[in-house]
Design a protein around this ligand. Structure first.
Ligand code: FAD
Length: 284
């Protein structure tokens, strides 16, 4: 459990980070909270000759809630999210989901940027970001660009981010209506067997808008437009929920692993999604 030798870089600004990334290409990786990358290096599953620590770079941490638009810096920790009163008011699903990630020790170190940039299908934030229709802000040698969370994930650990780009922030509109983040896991501190992020807007007795994403049920997060569409225009009755669950089951593609066989995962996905829809609708 000792990583291979690497050179440790600790630049003071983004220009310094980008200079190392440009010089070393895919031999260099940025380090945020280190709670995914360092274990991978120790297991020799990641070979990183040049490690670039982001902690001295100004402007990468912090949460702003401004006129209904929320921006969260990449180095903001899950613990920061849980403790931020204005964010809890504007987007309570962020706090609800963050409280279900790992345990307090991991949440003190794990960052939003690391969680979404890693591309690990087990991470909770990517699906949540897709549910919120978030924008990812990336900086590279050619300047800044934005990518929608729904377009960012290509395969397990494969994203739209170039090797010489750094994710600096995520941004999204404060959601209205009801919300729920539900997660099935084997034990406290575990990654999801299945997790669901649901946002529902109610107009009278009818659902006027729905966004639904699930985690760890494919090699990327799954935002299912069809599952949301199955609820819109209904009173979110049993038939509509059945249709939404069926649509989501058509979009996920779980594999067998130490969290269970495929049929169990599909069962867990359906159960978690039903719970999340019911709770979001109660709160809408
Ligand atoms: P790092 O480990 O520092 O980096 C991860 C990867 O992202 C690296 O490849 C790195 O180069 C890249 N990266 C980091 N920041 C950026 C950036 N700004 N721009 C571009 N690339 C970047 N997560 C969950 O969601 N749910 C769980 O249930 C869960 N359980 C966990 C249990 C344990 C025991 C542990 C150790 C971790 C768990 N995690 C879980 C992961 C944790 O929450 C962190 O979010 C995760 O480790 C990534 O964040 P980090 O800041 O540690 O990133």
């Amino acid at each position: 459990m000792i990583p291979a030798a690497f050179e440790y870089h600790r630049p003071k600004d983004m220009a310094g980070v980008l200079a190392v990334l440009v010089e070393h290409g895919d031999e260099a990786r940025v380090l945020a909270g280190g709670h995914s990358l360092i274990p991978m290096m120790k297991l020799r599953m990641a070979d990183v000759p040049h490690l670039i620590d982001l902690q001295d770079v100004d402007g990468l941490s912090g949460i702003t809630v401004d006129g209904g638009r929320i921006r969260i810096g990449a180095m903001t920790t899950q613990s920061d999210i849980i403790g931020h009163a204005a964010l809890a008011e504007a987007a309570p699903i962020m706090r609800e989901a963050s409280l279900q990630i790992a345990d307090p020790q991991v949440r003190y170190m794990g960052t939003v940027g690391g969680n979404v940039a890693n591309g690990d299908p087990g991470n909770d934030m990517p699906g949540l970001m897709q549910c919120l229709d978030a924008t990812f802000i990336l900086v590279g040698p050619d300047g800044e660009r934005e990518v929608q969370a729904r377009d960012f994930y290509e395969a397990a650990y494969m994203t739209d981010r170039e090797d010489d780009e750094v994710l600096v922030a995520v941004a999204f509109d404060a959601p209205s209506g009801g919300y729920a983040y539900e997660k099935q896991k084997r034990k406290i501190g575990d990654y999801a067997t299945a997790a669901a992020a649901v946002l529902l807007v109610k107009d009278g007795d009818t659902c006027s808008s729905a966004s639904i994403a699930m985690t760890n049920l494919s090699d990327t997060p799954v935002w299912s437009e069809a599952a949301g569409d199955a609820l819109v225009g209904t009173s979110v009755d049993a038939a509509a929920i059945d249709a939404a669950v069926a649509a989501m089951l058509g979009d996920i593609d779980p594999t067998q692993d130490n969290r269970g066989p495929i049929e169990f995962k599909r069962h867990a996905a359906a159960m978690i999604l039903r719970r999340a829809i019911a709770r979001a609708w109660d709160r809408a």
